[in-house]
Design a protein around this ligand. Structure first.
Ligand code: BEZ
Ligand code: FE
Length: 289
């Protein structure tokens, strides 16, 4: 096509996909939809060349701040609700399995494996409220899952995760707990508080360009792994927290909201929360790949 116009350019580009070299069907599907949506976007907003150049500069700067500790594009995807959307598409829960949600940038591998009921709190804060959390891990039929490994991590009362706060000990507020033969787990933690997502660099630029705020509601992250089951990446939200209805990364689900109640003398904590996790069969993960 020699005479490319506003009206035919999208079809011209789509026809070029796979025209000079065979490509897998999925690749063709993705590239075709990408071109159609991208062209549609440019037409919808009458994108100017200056704005296109600004976008290119923004993406270049976002790439330049990525390190092995910071993945700026995931953060940008979170701010746009893309990570949570992709998570919902890839992790269906047709049989009442626990809903997943975003992993976020603060996960660290190899947290200490701790015994039942142990505390993940290594450093105490004046304004902390301690919490005893317990529950069961089961499959969709209600059968307990023994030997599941639950990774948990949360922010401190100052709103910082340990790896972003030089004043917290290594792996503070992180731990791994293995379920017993009844699928039971338990640990001690502190009430998670709302905190702002990292908003220096381009993530901050994007969120203020959108006119949105940076806060997340208080939550405890969980990652549950057991052979034969789809890994569950999720978060338990404090039902009394601010920002449940206006999370900056859109990751809250009604069925992930827990009720933090007054703790008992038996547990010796200020608060108590019970939450069960239902894992999906591994075959559901395969279907989504
Ligand atoms: C988090 O929950 O840790 C998180 C999720 C998405 C973006 C930033 C933080
Ligand atoms: Fe978080």
């Amino acid at each position: 096509m020699r005479n490319v116009t506003v009206d035919n350019v999208t079809d011209v580009v789509v026809e070029a996909i796979g025209a000079s070299a065979p490509i897998p069907a999925r690749q063709k599907e993705i590239m075709t939809a990408l071109v159609r949506h991208l062209h549609g976007f440019c037409k919808d907003v009458n994108l100017t060349h200056g704005e296109f150049m600004q976008a290119c500069d923004f993406l270049a700067r976002a790439g330049a701040v990525c390190t092995d500790k910071r993945q700026e594009f995931i953060l940008l995807g979170d701010i746009l609700g893309v990570e949570v959307l992709v998570d919902m598409i890839s992790n269906p829960t047709p049989n009442g399995e626990t809903t997943g949600t975003v992993l976020g940038p603060f996960f660290r591998e190899n947290a200490p494996v701790l015994p039942h009921g142990a505390s993940i709190v290594q450093k105490h804060f004046d304004n902390e409220e301690t919490v005893f959390m317990e529950g069961y891990v089961k499959d969709a039929s209600g059968k307990p899952i023994a030997g599941a490994m639950i990774d948990v991590w949360e922010d401190a009362p100052n709103g910082l995760y340990e790896n972003h706060d030089p004043d917290q000990p290594d792996y503070n507020l992180r731990g791994r707990f293995e379920t017993d033969e009844n699928g039971y787990y338990a640990f001690r933690a502190i009430r998670p508080v709302p905190y702002p997502i990292p908003s220096d660099w381009t993530a901050g630029e994007m969120i203020s360009f959108m006119g949105h705020h940076t806060m997340r509601p208080g939550h405890i992250h969980v990652l549950v792994n057991k052979d034969g089951y789809r890994p569950l990446i999720s978060q338990l939200y404090d039902g009394a927290s601010d920002y449940l209805d206006n999370d900056s990364v859109f990751a809250v689900k009604e069925n992930l909201i827990g009720s933090f109640q007054k703790g008992s003398e038996e547990h010796g904590t200020d608060l108590y929360v019970q939450f069960d996790f239902t894992l999906a069969d591994q075959s559901l993960a395969m279907a989504a790949e």
